[in-house]
Ligand binder design. Structure first.
Ligand code: GLP
Length: 261
C-alpha cells in the first residue's frame, strides 16, 4: 500500500485526481470505477476543473459504479447513479451510455449482479477504482463479515451504515433503503489500481484498521492489503491514528505524481 498524507481535502482531491489524469494520458479509453459518498467529491471537483480548462477529456472512458440502493429507480435523486451523473458524469461530459450502474429497481435482483460482473468483464476490467471507506470499514457496501472473496451481490445494510447515509435522505435513517447491490470485495480486488481517499477525524480509526491492523472480514477494507497496487490518499486528520505516519511521509510524500503508484 502507498500511503500519501496531504494537508487538506483539496490537496487529497488533486493527488488522487492525478492518478486518473496519468492513467488517461496512457490509456484514453480506460475503464474507471466510481464511488459515491462525500470523500470522492474533491477528486471529482479537480477532474471537472481540468475538463473545463480543456486539459482533460473523458471522451473514450467507460465508468462503472460500485454500488446502488435497492428500490430506488435510476432517476430517483438519491440513487447512486443520479449522484454520479450530477457530481461527475455530466460536468465532465460523459454520455449516459458511458456510465454503467447496478439497477436497484431490476425485477430480478438475483440476476442483476451477474449481468453487471459480465459487463465489467466485457469492458476489459476496471483500470482504476476510486474508493471511500465507511466508518465500520466497509468498501462499496460490503459490510462487516462480508466474504473477502465476495462477488457483486445483494446485501442488507447495517443500522450504522444507514445512519451514516441518513444525511442524504433528509436526516431520516428510516428513509435509507435497507438493501443494496454492491460489487463484492473479490470484484473490487480485481481492479488494476485502487485509489482510496479519506478525510476528516471520523476516518482516523477506520484508516488505521485498514492499513495497520490484521486482515479481517470484520473489517472489509483491510482486504485491500492483498491488492498489489493500492494508493491511500489521506488528509492530516484521517492520518491521525497511524502509528507509522512518519515512515509513510518519508516514503511517499515526495513522489512527483502518481505515475509510479
Ligand atoms: C457509502 C458508500 C461507500 C462510501 C461510504 C463512505 O456507504 N457506499 O462507497 O465509501 O459511504 O462515505 P463518505 O465518503 O461520505 O464518508
Amino acid at each position: 500500500m502507498e500511503v500519501v498524507i496531504e494537508p487538506d481535502a483539496d490537496a487529497v482531491g488533486k493527488r488522487a485526481a492525478s492518478a486518473v489524469v496519468n492513467l488517461l494520458a496512457r490509456k484514453p479509453n480506460a475503464v474507471l470505477g466510481l464511488a459515491t459518498g462525500s470523500s470522492p467529491l474533491p477528486v471529482y471537483k479537480e477532474l471537472i476543473r481540468q475538463v473545463e480548462r480543456g486539459q482533460l477529456s473523458f471522451g473514450g472512458v467507460r465508468c462503472f459504479l460500485l454500488d446502488e440502493y435497492v428500490g430506488l429507480s435510476s432517476d430517483h435523486p438519491d440513487s447512486y447513479l443520479s449522484f454520479i451523473r450530477r457530481e461527475f458524469a455530466r460536468p465532465v461530459g460523459l454520455a449516459p451510455e458511458q456510465v454503467h450502474g447496478l439497477d436497484g429497481s431490476a425485477t430480478d435482483l438475483l440476476a442483476e449482479p451477474d449481468r453487471y460482473e459480465r459487463a465489467i468483464r466485457d469492458a476489459g476490467g476496471i483500470d482504476l477504482q476510486i474508493l471511500g471507506i465507511g466508518s465500520d470499514g466497509h468498501i462499496g457496501f460490503n459490510e462487516p463479515i462480508s466474504s473477502l472473496g465476495s462477488r457483486t451481490r445483494l446485501k442488507t445494510l447495517t443500522r450504522s451504515s444507514r445512519a451514516d447515509n441518513a444525511r442524504f435522505f433528509g436526516g431520516d435513517v428510516d428513509a435509507v433503503p435497507r438493501h443494496v447491490l454492491t460489487q463484492g470485495i473479490g470484484t473490487i480486488l480485481e481492479a488494476r489500481h485502487v485509489v482510496l481517499v479519506a478525510m476528516g477525524q471520523s476516518k482516523a480509526r477506520p484508516v488505521r484498521k485498514m492499513i495497520e491492523e490484521p486482515v479481517a472480514a470484520m473489517f472489509p477494507a483491510s482486504a485491500l492489503q492483498f491488492h498489489p497496487h493500492v494508493s491511500v490518499v489521506l488528509d492530516e486528520l484521517a492520518a491521525k491514528g497511524l502509528a507509522n505516519a512518519s515512515y509513510y511521509r518519508e516514503t511517499f510524500a515526495n513522489k512527483p505524481d502518481y505515475q509510479a503508484l
